[in-house]
Design a protein around this ligand. Structure first.
Ligand code: SF4
Length: 89
């Protein structure tokens, strides 16, 4: 399944818990902001927003990483349905 992950760099305070939990998906940049790692899909997309193809286990792990963010800087969408997966309303 494909998910769209968006990091709001204005909200990111560099706590890095998302990187600790999901290091295959998030990485800290020189500005101490989390970026979404490029998995080859949407290679020209902004570094703070990418669509990646994930397994169910990977999806759950990425959601855990997003849940660990103290500032709710990470938003995740199901790319197929367009529905927001996290945060949920
Ligand atoms: S957990 Fe949130 S604040 Fe911390 S680096 Fe990740 S996105 Fe930024």
């Amino acid at each position: 399944m494909k998910i769209r992950i968006i990091v709001d760099p204005d909200l990111c305070i560099g706590a890095a818990s998302c990187v600790t939990i999901a290091p295959d998906t998030f990485i800290m940049n020189m500005e101490n902001k989390a970026e979404v790692i490029d998995h080859g899909i949407m290679p020209d997309a902004p570094m703070y927003e990418r669509v990646i193809d994930v397994t169910e286990d990977e999806r759950q792990n990425i959601i855990l990483g997003a849940q660990s963010c103290p500032t709710l800087a990470i938003t995740i969408f199901d790319e197929d349905t367009g529905l927001q997966i996290y945060p949920t309303a």
